[in-house]
Design a protein around this ligand. Structure first.
Ligand SMILES: NC(=O)c1ccc[n+]([C@@H]2O[C@H](COP(=O)([O-])OP(=O)(O)OC[C@H]3O[C@@H](n4cnc5c(N)ncnc54)[C@H](OP(=O)(O)O)[C@@H]3O)[C@@H](O)[C@H]2O)c1
Length: 315
């Protein structure tokens, strides 16, 4: 699959209104630009994101796109609900939404921490593979510790984790452990919810139904998913400094994606795109030259000075 994929949370909900025609145009632009990996979830728009991808792929029968979905967040976050019976029901719904017999990749969607230590859960996931409902399974995690627990399971194909110039902890242990185990790494929230584009100011107003307005302190879901867990004012200032590291011909957003792709062990990065222009610009980051050592050192220094204290101990 392409090293730059597409995150499709935006096509479902929580980011303000996105029209169906705009959503399909984003998928079209990404595919045209060479993107062959879409990340979705059964809960994005309560199935809307999956359904739009399913419709898009039916209309593009020759497109060789790998679709990763996620399951587990349409019910209470209770480890007792992570059963084979529920997994069958959840994957049946995603198969219908996406219009496929076999799902390419299903990820547990940031489940409660005890789920990672349950042999029964991983046995049930193996059964889904045996039943040919899914080709492979992975996990989407909040913390590095959860990632390491999941990587130790022999059947885990992939780990999805927040990794960007404002979230460096996965570089310490998670990426090396995944590489060693042959587990794919899907880097999510790569632009720190758009902060790393450098386009927001302290006065920017987000729509009331955009999580960047309503989840800044983790009111609805894990705080780390919004602006990567960085306080907004701090993030805006740090983003100005980050923008100064962009090489000629690259935007700050593209520079952030290029930085992620340069980290050993990353399989793909999945920026979310609100419109076709963003999808195209993000795909083009794959063609940029690697950032020089000095820029890598400057990212580390920026993180240590401005960001580390807020996020490093939490996730
Ligand atoms: N728990 C989980 O498993 C989980 C959680 C979060 C995300 N994800 C996945 O990861 C994907 C990516 O994360 P994310 O979408 O939360 O955050 P992200 O990719 O860091 O940020 C997306 C936002 O960045 C801005 N943007 C995108 N491309 C841009 C460009 N070229 N130039 C300027 N601005 C640009 C847009 O903001 P504007 O809207 O302001 O234009 C867009 O909405 C999601 O779509 C989803 O598939 C999974």
């Amino acid at each position: 699959m392409s090293v730059v994929g597409l995150g499709t949370w935006q096509l479902g909900a929580d980011w303000g209104e996105v029209e169906e025609s705009d959503a399909l145009a984003v998928l079209e632009a990404a595919l045209d630009a060479g993107v062959t990996f879409f990340d979705t979830a059964d809960v994005y728009g309560d199935g809307r994101s999956e359904q739009l991808i399913g419709r898009f792929l039916r209309e593009h029968a020759d497109a060789d796109v790998l679709v990763a979905t996620k399951m587990g967040r349409r019910v209470d976050q209770d480890p007792a609900l992570y059963t084979l019976e529920n997994f069958r029901a959840w994957t049946d719904r995603s198969r219908a939404n996406l219009g496929v017999d076999r799902l390419d990749l299903v990820q547990l969607h940031c489940p409660p921490t005890p789920v990672y230590s349950s042999d029964a859960v991983f046995d049930a996931l193996d059964t889904l593979v045996e039943e040919d409902r899914i080709a492979a399974y992975g996990v989407s995690v909040e913390t590095c510790d959860e990632a390491l627990t999941a990587i130790a399971r022999p059947g885990t194909a992939s780990v999805q984790i927040i990794l960007n110039p404002f979230r460096l902890k996965p570089l310490e242990q998670v990426l090396p452990a995944a590489a060693e185990a042959g587990v794919g790494v899907i880097a999510r929230v790569p632009l720190a919810s758009g902060l790393l584009s450098g386009k927001y100011t302290k006065d920017t107003v987000f729509a009331a139904d955009d999580h960047r307005a309503f989840n800044r302190h983790g009111e609805a879901f894990d705080q780390g998913e919004t602006f990567s867990g960085v306080d907004y004012a701090t993030g805006v200032e740090a983003a100005v400094e980050f923008a100064g590291l962009a090489p000629e011909g690259a935007t700050p957003a593209q520079t952030a994606l290029r930085w992620i792709l340069q980290q050993p062990g990353v399989s793909t990065v999945i920026p979310g795109a609100r419109n076709p222009e963003q999808a195209r610009a993000n795909a083009a980051a794959a063609d940029l030259a690697p950032l020089p050592e000095a820029a890598l050192g400057a990212v580390r220094d920026l993180y240590d000075r401005r960001i580390r204290e807020q996020v490093h101990h939490r996730w």
